[in-house]
Ligand binder design. Structure first.
Ligand code: ARG
Length: 467
């Protein structure tokens, strides 16, 4: 039997031999959960205040604990704290240091709690703050989109379905589509935040505690909306983290799609936009290259967060109530999801307002793909032709155009009239791309006037409710 050197561990009493060295490293989480330190300290300070309020700690003990924890927080922030893998995780590292600093009172801090409710509380405090940071970045990006949408309200580009030219749209309208995606992402995160902001502390290991704790008081101190209703649920639930990763994965799916567009648009074949040099890199072999690295990376990084979501769902699916050590595995995917999401949003919020639009090139592409064919069909319908017949007539006009290499607007009136006698010279107004977009002048439509109105409404929506 190995000699017992576990006596320095908070749970060492029950053990008669030391932890295997590999197992010690294998089970430790301190190398990644140390980033929860400030939330661990906040939680411990609120717990100490509550214990003093209900008479479990004296006021003097409370004060010395609060001060000791403050000092530990400062030491960690200044990089002067020595973390020990022997002490497993952030919770035991801080508690052990507290006792080393202040003596007896430090040993009383863990009264009426467990690391199980402690870690669940830390993680919720952390995530609440991160959600607020993510929401702020989403807003920054949305404001950038509104700027471009307003600036490019009249800029015409081809709208696509199946990546084939479909109908002309305004670039501003296209930007507002991404604004709406992000608007829903923001709403989802605020919904998720409600379920994050509930306090597990007091559930202790799983069954609560025999001390007369006041959980509502602790919840109030920590800014939680309320304590959790059920102690078993409190220590075992990680669905708040899964829900966040699902929100994060959706934001990144949106950014990934937007990235794909920017990458296509920046290519010589499209030539719709110019990404500023500061967001691109070159090639070490091909001197002419300017690569759209930032959108490519965002598109790539979205895969990590989708992976983390699936990883966390799988981590959870076989666990019986209540706490299981499996849950220690929730942190790295969650932390990486937060970091990845914040990084991608930041890159986009910086880059989007700096996009240079190649107006002429986009207009040319819209004017050359028979994008106004539907406008011609609608024109025929307004002159009394049934839509199906109109569709057929325009189809023949497009075929004639393709055969002779001309757009509809470049055809002779007589030629069009040979396909349908109802066509008059006013047809050329609807065949221009400008005529096409300004005709779509209804709520939610692509007309420049509607884009400006939508931008104004969007600004009010952001101002009024944060939603
Ligand atoms: N490091 C642990 C985690 O992250 C803290 C809770 C450990 N509790 C326990 N009884 N082993 O989940």
């Amino acid at each position: 039997m190995t000699e017992n050197s576990n006596t320095d561990k908070p749970w060492g009493g029950r053990f008669s031999e030391s932890t295997d060295a590999f197992v010690e490293a294998f089970t430790a989480s301190v190398n990644f959960d140390r980033r929860l330190y400030q939330y661990d300290i906040q939680g411990s300070q609120a717990h100490a205040r509550m214990l003093a309020k209900v008479g479990v700690l004296s006021d003097a003990e409370r004060d010395i604990i609060l001060e000791g924890l403050d000092r530990i927080g400062q030491a960690i922030a200044q990089g002067e704290f020595e973390w020990s893998v022997r002490l497993e995780d952030v919770h035991m590292n801080i508690e052990a240091r507290l006792t080393a600093l202040i003596g007896e009172a430090g040993k009383k801090l863990h009264t009426g709690r467990s690391r199980n409710d402690q870690v669940a509380t830390d993680l919720r405090l952390y995530l609440r703050e991160q959600i607020d940071a993510v929401c702020a970045e989403i807003r920054r990006l949305q404001n950038g989109l509104l700027l471009i949408a307003e600036r490019e309200a009249e800029t015409i580009m081809p709208g696509f379905t199946h990546l084939q030219v479909a109908m002309p749209v305004t670039f501003g309208h296209h930007m507002l589509a991404w604004f709406e995606n992000l608007q829903r992402d923001h709403q989802r995160l605020l919904e998720c935040r409600k379920r994050v902001n509930i306090m597990p502390l007091g559930a202790a290991a799983l069954a609560g505690t025999s001390f007369p704790i006041d959980r509502h008081y602790t919840a109030k101190l920590l800014g939680f909306d309320c304590p959790t209703e059920n102690s078993l649920d409190a220590v075992s639930d990680r669905d708040f983290a899964i829900e966040f990763c699902s929100c994060a994965a959706l934001v990144l799916v949106h950014l990934s799609r937007f990235s794909e567009e920017l990458i296509l648009w920046a290519s010589a074949q499209f030539d719709f936009i110019d990404l500023p040099d500061r967001f691109c890199t070159g090639s070490s072999i091909m001197p002419q290259k300017k690569n759209p690295d930032v959108p490519e990376l965002v598109r790539g990084k979205s895969g990590r967060v989708i992976g983390h979501l699936v990883g966390l769902l799988t981590l959870m699916k076989g666990q019986p109530l209540a706490y299981n050590k499996d849950n220690q595995e929730d942190k790295e995917p969650l932390f990486d999801s937060v970091d990845t999401l914040l990084g991608c949003l930041r890159a986009f919020a910086d880059m989007v307002p700096a996009l240079q639009v190649r107006t002429e090139s986009m207009r040319r592409a819209a004017a050359s793909g028979y994008a106004t064919a539907t406008d011609l069909a609608d024109y025929l319908v307004r002159k009394g032709v049934a839509f199906r017949d109109a569709h057929e007539i325009v189809g023949m006009a497009v075929r004639a155009g393709i055969e002779t290499g001309r757009d509809l607007s470049e055809m002779q009136l007589a030629e069009l009239q040979s396909l349908s006698p109802v066509i008059q010279s006013d047809v050329f107004q609807v065949l221009t791309v400008e005529g096409s977009v300004s005709a779509r002048n209804h709520f939610g439509g692509t007309a420049p006037e509607q884009v400006r109105a939508a931008v104004a409404r969007a600004r009010n929506r952001l101002r009024d409710s944060g939603n």
